[in-house]
Design a protein around this ligand. Structure first.
Ligand code: 5RP
Length: 222
């Protein structure tokens, strides 16, 4: 079985009947949500889902998950993917431009579980550029701040649509290369730039990581 599928299916075992589940975004959480759908059908259980994107909303709904919101329910467990995971279980997320809602849902959860294949495990964050969601009117001013902070910002361009990626929230994304010595500090500093909505560093909020390796599954805990 493909590694992403293996960890997605493994994480689905952590969900109990009646749980409110944060539905992460991406190709790995796709398998998690798919398996929740299989369990709902086979075990006749009820699962409520709080989506982190239109992608997970559509997939969750089509898998038989009852869709709800943070206004109505607290999240028992959130399961999400990541682009990088460091030894302290800090993350870079936002490869799918969904990190703003992902951070809101994942941080709110009683238990936050990350699912990745082994290629995402790094000794230090920063090979993957940090996604920064920006209000369109602040595109130029935010870029100046990012450069002043030592970053190399690239406006993320859309595929099969002319111009930039527009997020689920109607904003743009800068992918910013940084040397990251202190993830928490950088996460906070980025969010103080006027016009930045949220950035893709998730420091110190992960409870556990399920890593898919060729020789089996590894569980990392904080
Ligand atoms: C989306 C994300 C994804 O979880 C992250 O990019 C990992 O995606 P994939 O599982 O497809 O590798 O943060 O914004």
């Amino acid at each position: 079985m493909e590694l992403k599928k293996r960890v997605g299916y493994e994480a689905a075992k952590l969900v109990n009947d009646g749980d409110v589940v944060g539905l992460g975004t991406g190709s790995t959480t796709h398998y998690f949500i798919e398996n929740l759908g299989i369990r709902i059908e086979n075990e006749d259980i009820t699962i409520l889902g709080v989506p982190t994107s239109y992608q997970s909303f559509f997939l969750g709904r089509d898998s038989g998950i009852q869709i709800t919101t943070l206004e109505e329910h607290d999240v028992d467990i959130a399961v999400d993917g990541a682009d990088e995971v460091d030894p302290k279980l800090n993350l870079i997320k936002g490869g799918g431009a969904a990190h703003t809602l992902e951070k809101i849902v994942d941080e709110s959860a009683k238990r936050f579980v990350v699912i990745v294949d082994g290629s995402k495990i790094v000794s230090e964050l920063g090979s993957f550029p940090v996604p920064v969601e920006v209000i369109p009117q602040a595109t130029r001013t935010v870029k100046k701040h990012l450069i002043d902070m030592g970053g190399l910002p690239q406006l993320r361009m859309a595929e099969r649509k002319d111009g930039p990626v527009v997020t689920d929230n109607g904003n743009f994304i800068y992918d910013v290369k940084f040397t990251i010595k202190n993830p928490k500090k950088l996460e906070i500093e980025l969010n103080t730039i006027p016009g930045v909505v949220e950035n893709g560093i998730f420091s110190q909020i992960v409870d556990e990581v399920i890593v898919g390796r060729d020789n089996g599954i590894e569980f990392l805990k904080n």
